[in-house]
Design a binder for this molecule. Sequence first.
Ligand code: B1M
Length: 211
Amino acid sequence: MRFEELSMAVENGDAPTAVELTQGLVDADTDALEILEGGLVPAMDVIGQRFSEGEIYVPEMLIAARAMKACLGILQPLLARYDSTKRGTVVLGTVKGDIHDIGKNIVGIMMEGSGFEVHDLGTDVDADRFILAIEELQPDIIGLSALLTTTMPNMKTIIEALVEASLRDRVVVMVGGAPLTQEYADSIGADAYAPDAASATERAKSLLGVA
Ligand code: B1M
């Protein structure tokens, strides 16, 4: 099965093979979301597991992430099947202290493909940068991503800073990332939680009433 070979190539950090296999799947008309969910995301889960078990270290995790990003480059135009209906503006960022960006990038690609204007502030983004972006860009939604249990609380800090700056009522706050749950989102006063990029996009549309 090609997905297994692809996962293996990403796990091994073998970007040239991973890219070749991804391109082969695309050429064979395999759905881009299936390639992502069947081959690439599982590889990252295996890498995370191996890291937890002390079998690999940060450099191997980084090399695998690079291979995944190279494949994502091929899938990006296909995931972003462009829908020209303007649905709203989203400011996205991975919160302060956190440099994981693959999931956040996928959320951005899929939202853009659904007609949202997406401004990606990148990683390690603090409350002040979100506040500046809200003032400048007047987004409908701000999307916060966190992959570390140690950086999840920074989402709460950002929401508190929005209250302090009297901006909380001007934006919908959506949160996501592997360690997040609906309960956690509720506990920090977020408006929405989404477990993956496809549901983040659907949730964004329904929150703005533009589904
Ligand atoms: Co890191 N890392 N990492 N890492 N890393 C994890 C997250 C970890 C779970 C691995 C493990 O131990 N099993 C663990 C966290 C443990 C914890 O907090 N409980 C961990 C750790 C410990 C660390 C370091 C601390 C390691 C160290 O230095 N000792 C360090 C921290 C650096 C920092 O941020 N300050 C670190 C570093 C790195 C790399 C730089 C090497 C690399 C990141 C490269 C990059 O992103 N550019 C990396 C990687 C690759 C991972 C794993 C293996 C994969 C993450 C990933 O890309 N997943 C990860 C293990 C894992 O998650 N299984 C791990 C694929 C991606 C598509 O999924 O990001 O979950 P995800 O996104 C999904 C959903 O969550 C959701 O939609 C996405 C797509 O469907 N989603 C949203 C995400 N954001 C959303 C926002 C939304 C809505 C949905 O609304 C706005």
